[in-house]
Design a protein. Sequence first.
Length: 97
Amino acid sequence: MFDSFYARGTVPNIRQQEKRVRIAARQRLENLRYRSTIKTLAKRLESAVAEGDAEAIASEHVALVRVIDKAASRGAIHKNAAARKKSQAAQVVAGSS
């Protein structure tokens, strides 16, 4: 968890800073989970569009938008990045019609 921090050669010597390092590591992992989930759901949406199943397209799009909104509200991704990803997803869905 602390490998990348300690690899730089600086070790916090204050208890609060040690705690902040632990918290930041947990937050990085959570943000990574959000970004990874968004990528996975985007690929699922594209495969649903390729198959042409309207019901699957709708459900995958709703799931993707929900995760993007949650990630943006929690600060895992920037709000403009969230808007861009939702717009791209809408274009994929509109192109399938």
